[in-house]
Design a protein around this ligand. Structure first.
Ligand SMILES: NC(=O)C1=CN([C@@H]2O[C@H](COP(=O)(O)OP(=O)(O)OC[C@H]3O[C@@H](n4cnc5c(N)ncnc54)[C@H](O)[C@@H]3O)[C@@H](O)[C@H]2O)[C@@H](O)CC1
Length: 490
């Protein structure tokens, strides 16, 4: 972002101080959406770099917006200051804004504030907090006030491995500039910020797009471009035949959920390979789905007949299922591998080694570590997934609130949709069904994973907009509506 900042300043007729002003305006606009009570007392902590400069400009703007009690605390722990910080400090001195200079954390006493804005250190952080900074942050956190962080919470690294013992600012919300920080998508960021919102400050977009990175955020426009409309004169054969090998006596629901999602995500034909005990339930609940009974060791006679094969949801771990998975892997056809099939892979590294290219693996964190070994952090997990996705030319969807889709070319597509209301059993089964349907319809493994994760989360977001919890069945039923809304615009 620093490069982009410089590029924008040199290529657009805009001075760096004006860019700071734009950033401050964007921050305040976003802040005022939720904090519109101008009687609240606001304490703004400002370092002496550009993050602190933003804080000073924000103070100014809040006063202009009618906030009556704004006080800035200048964190004077270093002699160095940025030029734009200095300009904004002079403006503050010429204004009616109250200012306190803190030379040592012990000087911070009697902070009477309802809200805190953290502008101590931003993206310039280059080492973990220590000494006076760490002490000051501890005191601020202890105040237990709602904290809004400017761009990045002080002490939070935007990229790279996050330490398990975070000692930075614990923000309620971070309002960040132009692009979300990659680390906001890692679960370890929850301790640093509960929410984040990105605001546009009109940095040079073309330049941002041209920068090389391994991380890409999937966007709605990608869906509009990727999802194909159903064609005139098309028939069930046009949209492929998906086979789902799933379910066991006590986990038949997993098979039903994935079959339902496959149906609702548009496969031309769906066959569920389930134990015979589930046939009545299947025929009753999903009469459109065909059945292939799986009572003893079942061999899929002609795997080539299916455009997509998924194995795993509620499958059960036993030697018959292990042999079945092995035979499919040996048939060298791409698979969607989920749940118990992943657990079997965890026991059979020899199978992992001969995974068919073009397969999609959908592990949650425990399944991932069972297969690839224990990891200390999510960052480390993603690095392992990148290596394996490239090495085996497969897609690995590391599931989480924001799933990381690691694709064969070494890139990571971060899925932004989905929410905690979806944290319930059966959601993964639904995702597997959606992925199978997309593969059956001819989408590549990468596009299927990208679209599948996005629409799965989008359906959940729609449902969660007015309730506490959403169920997996409801997500499956919502899928065709989301696909319609996305494809209707292309
Ligand atoms: N393009 C952008 O992203 C824009 C960025 N702006 C702001 O500029 C910020 C970055 O500003 P700066 O580069 O001046 O950096 P910061 O203001 O984040 O930090 C200031 C200085 O603190 C020092 N420092 C780093 N880690 C430290 C530690 N652990 N303990 C003590 N000192 C430490 C460094 O020398 C650093 O340069 C962004 O976060 C954002 O708020 C905006 O003003 C405008 C546009």
């Amino acid at each position: 972002m620093r490069n982009v900042d410089e590029f924008t300043i040199t290529h657009q007729p805009i001075a760096s101080i004006d860019l700071m002003e734009k950033a401050a305006r964007a921050f305040v606009k976003c802040f005022l959406k939720t904090e519109f009570n101008a009687h609240k007392r606001v304490a703004i902590f400002c370092g002496k770099g550009n993050n602190g400069g933003d804080g000073l400009a924000i103070a100014h703007l809040l006063l202009h917006n009618g906030y009556e009690h704004v006080k800035v605390y200048i964190v004077n722990f270093s002699a160095r200051q940025s030029d734009d910080f200095a300009i904004n400090l002079q403006r503050i001195d010429e204004s009616r804004c109250k200012k306190v200079i803190i030379n040592h954390p012990s000087e911070l006493k009697n902070v009477k504030a309802d809200l805190i804005i953290d502008a101590i250190l931003g993206s310039g952080l280059n080492k973990p907090l220590a000494g006076d900074y760490a002490e000051l942050v501890k005191i601020i956190n202890k105040l237990q006030k709602r904290v809004y962080a400017v761009d990045v919470p002080t002490g939070f690294f935007s990229e790279g491995e996050l330490s398990a013992d975070y000692n930075g600012i614990k923000a309620y919300k971070t309002i960040c500039f132009q692009r979300p920080k990659i680390n906001f998508f890692f679960p370890e960021s929850a301790v640093a910020t509960e929410h984040h919102e990105v605001v546009d400050i009109q940095l040079e977009e073309a330049f941002i797009e041209s920068l090389s990175t391994d991380f890409y955020l999937t966007e709605r426009t990608d869906m509009v471009r990727l999802i194909k409309n159903r064609k005139p004169f098309s028939h069930k054969g046009t949209y492929g035949h998906a086979l789902l090998i799933a379910g066991n006596i006590d986990t038949m629901g997993a098979a039903l959920l994935s079959a339902k999602a496959c149906l609702y995500a548009g496969a031309g034909l769906t066959t569920a390979c389930i134990p015979a005990t589930g046939l009545t339930a299947l025929n009753t609940l999903l009469p459109e789905v065909m059945a292939l009974p799986r009572d003893e060791y079942t061999r899929i006679e002609n795997p080539a007949k299916y455009k997509a094969i998924a194995i795993g949801p509620g499958l059960g771990i036993n030697s018959d299922n292990e042999k079945l998975l092995e035979s499919l892997i040996l048939a060298a056809r791409p698979l969607v591998i989920d749940a118990d099939a992943l657990n079997i892979l965890g026991e059979r590294p020899d199978l992992l080694d001969i995974l068919p290219a073009g397969s999609i693996l959908t592990p949650h964190v425990k399944e991932f570590d069972r297969i690839f070994g224990a990891h200390e952090s999510w960052w480390a997990r993603v690095q392992t997934a990148i290596i394996w996705a490239r090495k085996k030319q497969v897609v690995i969807i590391l599931k989480n609130q924001f799933s990381f889709v690691c694709v064969p070319n070494g890139k990571v597509l971060i899925n932004p949709t989905g929410n905690p209301a979806m944290a319930q059993g059966g959601m993964g089964d639904v995702l597997t069904g959606i992925l199978s349907a997309l593969l059956a319809q001819g989408y590549s493994a990468t596009d299927s994973a990208k679209i599948g994760c996005y629409i799965h989360g989008l359906a959940g977001d729609y449902l969660a907009s007015e309730r506490h919890v959403v169920t997996a069945s409801e997500v499956a039923e919502r899928i065709p509506f989301e696909m319609h809304l996305l494809s209707a615009t292309n």
